[in-house]
Design a protein around this ligand. Structure first.
Ligand code: MLT
Length: 392
């Protein structure tokens, strides 16, 4: 037998697993120190009242023979897909129920979606980027072409007509840089994809953090995107579902390649490999889109964006250059004193007991940069910023 040798081309461990290991070792050696995490983008506010009420009611239903549910629909329950459709209607977009697939979060689907594409496709990935896009393509042995995201293009690379790609990953608001494409820029990507018969995999996990109303929160707000784009959405950051796990993926029926509907191929894939998100969780997710649920979700997004402002104010005071933090929950800063991003990681952890994410973990262009997440608890964020001010 042979193993999948592509795995040998991966880095030893997943970025956030590597960081967690270093942090756990540090904590074990320094049990008296209070370590504050502004590293992995993990939420700290609890689930909202509406979500908890829905989860509780659904749990009781599962204990009653009349209302008990076994296997659900492979695409997700219609009540939840309808709630997603209504949410998109609020963005001025019309979706049909069968264009939506309930998922256990964007991370799984951005990787799993590759199952329906040929392994000889060329993939275009920004650098720096959320490491899952790169790792899942390395696992499949695909040819990856990187596009530079840097100060020169405000971390928003645009299409290059000389580069031919079949699959394009875009994440806006961006993880890790916080950059957000405007409509004109996204329109260039749609045009490129249509000209090249390519498919855009659009990760909109952070759409709820866009405050500037002129910026797009879905790629389908761009003309003809339904002919070339798949969109991945998540409740992880929007409604605190990082541990609860629920998201959705949109594959328009207008999206065909090689004469085949990608929506149909994905349904075929999902019905074979996925038995869906638990009923209880789907009821909790539905509650996010009730009027009260939406108001609660907006309040938690506002809380995290206030954290981002606290971080941004501190960096400004310290004269440290940064981007992000305005329409995104990540602040992307230049490491001070010419430190490499892992050196700065070590300094923050050992001297200030703060965890962040080294830019180099997101790709070579991330070197010399560092990501701070705004998902912390307010007091911890304030305390971390005080430590920064005292030590930098
Ligand atoms: C991050 O910190 O980049 C995210 O939390 C990772 C994820 O969403 O999987």
């Amino acid at each position: 037998m042979n193993i999948n040798r592509n795995y040998l081309n991966l880095q030893d461990s997943y970025l956030f697993a590597r960081i967690a290991k270093s942090v756990n070792e540090f904590k074990a050696q320094n049990p008296d120190k209070k370590v504050i995490s502004l590293g992995i983008g993990d939420v700290t506010l609890p689930l909202s009242k509406s979500v908890i009420a829905a989860l509780s009611a659904a749990t009781l239903e599962m204990g009653n023979a009349e209302t008990f549910k076994g296997y659900g629909d492979y695409e997700g329950y219609a009540f939840l897909r309808k709630a997603f459709c209504d949410y998109y209607a609020g963005k001025g977009l019309t979706l049909e129920l069968d264009e939506i697939f309930v998922s256990d979060g964007a991370k799984s689907d951005v990787g799993n979606m590759l199952d329906i594409f040929s392994e000889d496709n060329t993939v275009l990935i920004p650098d720096p980027v959320y490491p899952v896009y790169v790792d899942t393509n390395i696992m499949a042995g695909r040819n990856i072409v990187y596009m530079d995201a840097n100060d020169g293009n405000s971390f928003k690379p645009l299409p290059d007509k000389n580069v031919k790609a079949d699959i394009i990953y875009l994440c806006s608001p961006n993880n890790p840089t916080g950059a957000v494409y405007n409509k004109a820029e996204l329109a260039l990507w749609v045009e490129y994809a249509l000209e090249n018969d390519a498919v855009i995999l659009f990760d909109s996990a952070y759409e709820a953090f866009v405050c500037d109303k002129s910026l797009p929160t879905s790629i389908y707000q761009i003309d003809r995107a339904e002919q070339c784009a798949i969109e991945f959405c998540s409740l992880s950051k929007t409604a605190g579902f990082t541990g609860t796990r629920c998201g959705f993926t949109i594959i328009p029926k207008a999206l065909t390649r090689s004469g085949e509907s990608l929506n149909r191929l994905w349904l075929r894939r999902q019905s074979t490999k996925f038995n869906g998100v638990p009923y209880i969780i789907q009821r909790g997710a539905e509650a996010v889109f009730s009027p009260e649920g939406l108001a609660e979700a907006r309040a938690s997004v506002a809380y995290y964006m206030d954290n981002a402002r606290v971080i941004a104010d501190t960096l400004t005071k310290l004269g440290i250059e940064f981007t992000g933090g305005h329409n995104a929950p990540y602040v992307w800063l230049k490491c001070p004193d010419g430190l490499s991003s892992w050196e700065f990681f070590d300094k923050l952890l050992t001297k200030m007991n703060i965890v962040g994410t080294p830019g180099a973990g997101f790709g070579k262009n991330g070197e010399g940069n560092f990501r701070l997440s705004a998902f912390g608890n307010r007091d911890n964020v304030a305390e971390a910023m005080k430590r920064l001010e005292e030590n930098l």
